[in-house]
Design a protein around this ligand. Structure first.
Ligand SMILES: Nc1ncnc2c1ncn2[C@@H]1O[C@H](COP(=O)(O)OP(=O)(O)OP(=O)(O)O)[C@@H](O)[C@H]1O
Ligand SMILES: [Mg+2]
Length: 237
């Protein structure tokens, strides 16, 4: 079953006089509970695509459907609720709230939603991520890798239907990276979370069920459908 799909998705930025086609016609359907890795060179549009799929940025054109409902039919309030309750997001630059401690950051989405935190679940995330001894620290007093792990705990605290993560192991050493990957996979099985990860990390790509490669804002490779995508890419050139 498809949980998220997009059709001919485009995002154009104006940079002075020049137009930058960050995402240039992406069509895609993501299966529920699947694990998708998005790869591609720097500047190929990975973060832009992820932000649009996660309802954080509006496309210039095209449509996105979550469980068969077009995102552009949601009001701003409905979209915020959808993002808080159903989506988890790990940003490339973590985006932790600097004035809040690690623990407060982790609880923030649950609190904003007026919900009761599932303390057992959150404690498990904290243990798995090895951040128990940093819970009282402000982000400014944590290393990049520690902030990254806090951001991952925050994104999973609500047991999202989809986790969007932008380079979630980018700042971690080999061992921590493997542990994070393990946690993501376990969580995905336990809470039925679909994983959509942007990554340069070959270990992640290898463990995923599907690898997409972006170049110049277009999908040039899809491991589910390699031949069709190659033709599509060639047709554009
Ligand atoms: N807010 C913006 N304004 C103008 N141009 C932008 C903006 N955000 C992204 N771009 C441009 O869009 C293109 C795609 O950027 P994006 O951040 O999606 O790439 P990426 O694949 O995530 O790269 P990286 O691997 O370096 O994170 C780039 O050419 C970038 O310069
Ligand atoms: Mg990026």
């Amino acid at each position: 079953m498809t949980i998220l799909s997009c059709e001919n998705l485009k995002k154009t930025y104006l940079s002075g006089e020049a137009k930058v086609k960050a995402v240039d016609g992406v069509t895609l359907a993501i299966e529920k509970r699947s694990f998708v890795a998005i790869t591609g060179p720097s500047g190929s549009g990975k973060s832009t695509l992820l932000h649009m799929l996660g309802g954080l940025e509006n496309p210039t054109s095209g449509r996105i459907d979550f469980q068969g409902e077009a995102l552009d039919r949601y009001t701003d309030d409905q979209l915020s609720i959808l993002r808080r309750r159903r989506f988890g997001f790990v940003f490339q630059a973590y985006n932790l709230v600097q004035e809040l401690t690690a623990y407060e950051n982790i609880l923030l989405p649950v609190m904003l939603d007026g919900g009761e935190p599932d303390e057992k679940h959150i404690q498990k995330l904290i243990d798995c991520l090895g951040i128990g001894h940093r819970l009282d620290h402000l982000p400014g007093a944590m290393s990049g890798g520690q902030q990254q792990r806090v951001a991952i705990a925050r994104a999973l605290a609500n047991k999202p239907a989809i986790l969007f993560a932008d380079e979630p192991t980018g700042n971690l050493d080999g061992k921590s990276g493997r542990e994070v990957l393990e946690l993501l996979r376990e969580t995905s099985v336990e809470t039925g979370t679909t994983l959509v990860l942007v990554t340069h990390d070959l270990r992640i790509a290898e463990q995923s069920e599907r690898i997409l490669r972006l170049e110049d804002g277009r999908i040039v490779f899809d491991s589910l459908d390699p031949l069709a995508r190659e033709e599509e890419g060639a047709g554009h050139a």
